[in-house]
Design a protein around this ligand. Structure first.
Ligand code: ADP
Ligand code: MG
Length: 408
């Protein structure tokens, strides 16, 4: 599989100079209202992560055409989801203007691309303005991919957050152009391989976040691979219920209790350590200023909500993490957005920074949590930009956007 721009150059006659290269990036960033009714980028993390590949192509003399999505528009143009503010921010980060096409594959796109000179960059409007992008119908997706492909001589897949999607700008277009994997996707896949193919042991996985049902498949898969699985966050209450504890008004997915009970049994059978908290922080309501109380897991009052793991559990989780040589963490241990319920998440994050080995943080909220709590990105081995894609990989699922690159 071609990784990097050298390999791609080889596929298009030896040099990228003057070649139109379509890059699928993940520029799906949160927006906020700025001055004078302008909309601006609230967090440019994903744009920054996309810059190196775009810059490398521009530096090689390519005419770079970036395709990306923003939010979930319904297959038609919608100004609320325009990528225009993103084009501006991308230009600032590149230090060069980014020409914006205000459609995806229409007149504006063709005009903008044909006016590009070597080393210049254009951004197409939100690909999800076209119903073909996310269509389940191969022909409809294929037709949009043909239009996208007509804008370029080669394709680079660099949007890790979307490689688990069989979508026109991710999957179908790669079948229609000489292609390569971008540096961002290559780095993510490299880390995920290290987690799945022969991880250095002890291998500890920490899972949290809001819903257990989001993460059942990954628990299922990791039960056979990790040495220890630590569970916190909102999802832990379904496990505690499976152990027969009352969980008050905490998050509970009643229909998953049996599945969690089955996991507890399987962990015991296979010798995987499945570690649950022994104490939790509860409060009478879901609010930043709610009064926190620490209780044992077998004494959660009926009228209280569990919002974090307790101090004894935080210490136990940290102690289980520290000797590990490989740690994957997805999902905050509590409602870290409220300071009073951020301690469990902080303790786990801190422990990850102290291991002698590979520490990986996956998941949008988990990444946001470590930054909010003041940890530097560099304190971790890797912070994944794509929560869904990394979880699906760890579930053992194929990623269509990766497999299609391997097909030739
Ligand atoms: P990620 O995006 O990292 O995969 P999730 O989206 O699964 O993580 O979950 C993140 C959310 O889980 C956070 O907004 C956090 O407030 C919430 N959460 C964590 N613990 C609890 C809890 N005990 N009760 C309710 N929500 C929780
Ligand atoms: Mg999330």
């Amino acid at each position: 599989m071609a990784v990097g721009i050298d390999a791609l150059a080889g596929k298009v006659g030896g040099s990228l100079r003057g070649k139109r290269v379509l890059v699928r990036s993940d520029l799906n960033v949160p927006l906020e209202d700025g001055e004078e009714g302008q909309v601006r980028v609230a967090d440019d993390g994903r744009i920054r992560a996309s810059v190196p590949t775009i810059k490398a192509l521009a530096d090689a003399g390519a005419r770079v055409v970036v395709a990306a999505h923003l939010g979930r528009p319904k297959g038609a143009p919608d100004p609320a989801y325009s990528l225009r503010p993103v084009a501006e921010r991308l230009g600032e980060l590149l230090g060069n203007p980014v020409y914006f096409a205000d459609d995806t594959v229409g007149q504006s796109a063709h005009d903008t691309v044909s006016e590009l000179r070597d080393g210049q960059v254009a951004l197409l409007e939100n690909v999800r303005f076209n119903p073909g992008e996310t269509s389940k119908d191969d022909a409809e997706r294929g037709a949009f991919a043909v239009d996208l492909a007509s804008l370029a001589d080669a394709f680079v897949s660099d949007g890790f957050g979307v490689v688990h999607r069989k979508q026109a700008s991710v999957y179908d277009v790669a079948q229609r152009l000489p292609h390569a994997m971008g540096g961002l996707v290559a780095a993510e896949i490299d880390v995920l391989r290290r987690l799945t193919e022969d991880p250095e042991r002890p291998y500890v996985v920490v899972l949290g976040g809001s819903k257990v049902s989001d993460k059942l498949a990954v628990i299922d898969n990791l039960l056979g691979k990790a040495d220890a699985l630590l569970v916190g966050g909102g999802m832990v209450f379904t496990f505690l219920a499976a152990q027969g504890h009352g969980v008050g008004r905490s998050l509970l997915e009643q229909d998953q209790v049996d599945t969690c009970r089955e996991y507890l049994r399987r962990a015991a059978d296979t010798g995987v350590e499945l570690v649950l908290p022994t104490d939790v922080v509860v409060a009478p309501e879901f609010a930043a200023d709610a009064t926190p109380t620490v209780v044992a897991v077998d004494a959660i009052p009926d009228d209280q909500i569990g919002l974090d793991i307790g101090p004894e559990s935080s210490a136990a989780f940290a102690a289980a993490i520290r000797p590990a040589r490989t740690v994957f963490w997805n999902g905050p241990m509590g409602v870290f957005e409220f300071d009073a319920f951020a301690s469990g998440t902080r303790a786990v994050a801190q422990a990850l920074t102290e291991i002698d080995g590979l520490s990986v943080v996956g998941g949008g909220d988990s990444a946001a949590a470590v930054r909010r709590l003041g940890f530097a990105d560099s304190a971790f081995g890797h912070i994944s930009t794509g929560g869904g894609a990394s979880l699906e990989y760890l579930e053992g699922k194929a990623l269509p956007g990766i497999d299609v690159l391997e097909e030739s």
